[in-house]
Design a protein around this ligand. Structure first.
Ligand SMILES: Nc1nc2c(c(=O)[nH]1)N[C@H]1C(S)=C(S)[C@@H](COP(=O)(O)O)O[C@H]1N2
Ligand SMILES: [Mo]
Length: 418
């Protein structure tokens, strides 16, 4: 596609094209020639002899070994820490399970599913106990949904921009297909007494992490997850069972789920008081910020994925909201002066990552790339300035501000504030 043709598709200043660009079959043919070069004459070595045999479980190509969770916290004496999804190397809306971010407060317990039980008790008519095998006999439901730690993007509260990659800054979010038993079914069987209003969920790790969840959320869409992306949960993500609360801060999705106590009030555990609560300017903590805000990120270009030459680029990113579906994503390449609506890959699903794209002709001049998501509840992703309003110094949870990537004249990309 010639420069003249793409100019006629301009949707915002500084080279952004209309989203219908992605609806035209083959729109990128001819423009992608920079990379799509065939080497027809030389038969490569791998065509000269049969390849390797089959295997019981696949692993990625060794040429993709750089795609890994980074950085991985060094396990301290408590095993606390995190590893982040390599967002800038991934596409679509599903994070491969081996690259799903991890956040543990006391390491990964090695649980024998034969010995593990989930106990439901408290304000119920019939206390119950479930094995993983027992739970698998209940009707399962599956949904593609995101999980995000409320500490994700917390580095963006720093007074000056941290020079780091997209995954280091924002990699505590991932998307999976989660399958499990609706928790409402189990509570129905246990028979919640009228006094039951909250559920205290705790895990079988040494941290014994526990959180209080209002029953309204449980009846809405909470599941006891058993499978992730089609296979049984991996140990790091809660094997053999975890609570999964779509759209809510990751911390409340208690892994290695061991007990569910129905109560008349929240338990005020350490993970919902001293931690995971937002402090206002007066220093007072606000209790229970459960729902994750509307958010988006450009994953490519981003720091480390620099622009090699002037030309037509595919801006790609993810958007999500704890309130439901993403309605729209807008992109700017001139620091927010003008915006163009991005193309969404597919009909957005509630509380799921959505993939957006925009075509951009980079003319070689410095540019600042932004994305801004709007969800079906009408919430618009706020600027950094708005997110910072009224926060106590150091209060870093639930940061969902617009991310700015600066492209300099050499094509290098870095984190900036606008
Ligand atoms: N039992 C238990 N559950 C837990 C945690 C934990 O340390 N122990 N970490 C929580 C936090 S802070 C987050 S963000 C998510 C992370 O889930 P993941 O490791 O599967 O990504 O699990 C939550 N559930
Ligand atoms: Mo978290």
């Amino acid at each position: 596609m010639s420069k003249q043709q793409t100019d006629s598709m301009a949707a915002a200043d500084n080279g952004l094209l209309h989203r219908r660009f992605f609806l035209k079959a083959g729109a990128l043919a001819g423009t992608a020639l920079l990379t799509a070069q065939s080497s027809a004459e030389n038969r490569p070595t791998w065509m000269k002899a049969p390849g390797k045999g089959m295997s019981e479980a696949g692993v990625p190509s060794r040429y993709e070994n750089h795609v890994k969770r980074l950085p991985v916290s060094r396990p301290g004496t408590t095993g606390s820490g995190a590893s982040r999804s390599p967002l800038e190397h991934l596409e679509g809306i599903i994070t491969p399970s081996r690259l799903h971010f991890e956040r543990h407060h006391s390491g990964i317990p090695e649980i024998d599913p034969e010995q593990h039980r989930l106990a439901v008790f408290g304000e119920v008519q019939r206390p119950l106990s479930f094995s993983a095998a027992g739970l698998c006999r209940y009707p399962l439901v599956s949904s593609i949904q995101f999980l995000e730690c409320s500490g994700n993007s917390g580095a963006l509260i720093a007074p000056s921009p941290v020079d780091a990659s997209c995954s280091v800054l924002h990699g505590l979010v991932s998307g999976s297909e989660w399958s499990g038993v609706p928790l409402a079914l189990l509570l129905e069987e246990a028979g919640v007494k009228p006094s039951g209003k909250w559920l205290i969920a705790s895990g079988a790790d040494a941290a014994g992490m526990s959180r209080s969840i209002p029953l309204s959320k449980i009846y809405d869409d909470a599941i006891v997850a058993l499978y992730q992306n089609g296979e049984r949960l991996r140990p790091g993500n809660g094997y053999p069972m975890r609570l999964f609360l779509p759209g809510w801060e990751g911390n409340a999705s208690v892994k290695w789920l061991k007990t569910l106590q129905v109560t008349d009030q929240p338990a005020m555990t350490k993970d919902e008081t001293s931690k995971y609560s937002d402090r206002g300017e007066d220093g007072r903590a606000e209790l229970f910020t459960f729902e994750m805000g509307v958010k988006s990120l450009i994953t490519s270009p981003s720091p480390g994925l620099d622009l090699a030459a002037k030309g037509l680029y595919q801006i790609s990113g993810i958007a999500w909201s704890g309130a439901g579906r993403i309605k729209r994503v807008e992109v700017s390449t001139d620091a927010g002066r003008t915006w163009a609506e991005a193309h969404l890959d597919a009909e957005p699903m509630p509380k799921s990552l959505s993939r957006f794209r925009a075509a951009w002709r980079w003319q070689g001049a410095p540019a600042v790339l932004l994305s801004r998501a709007t969800d079906e509840a009408g919430q618009v992703q706020p600027t950094r300035a708005v997110v910072m309003q009224g926060r106590a110094p150091g209060s870093f949870y639930h940061y969902n501000g617009i991310q700015a990537w600066q492209v300099d004249a050499s094509g290098a990309v870095r984190n900036v504030y606008v």
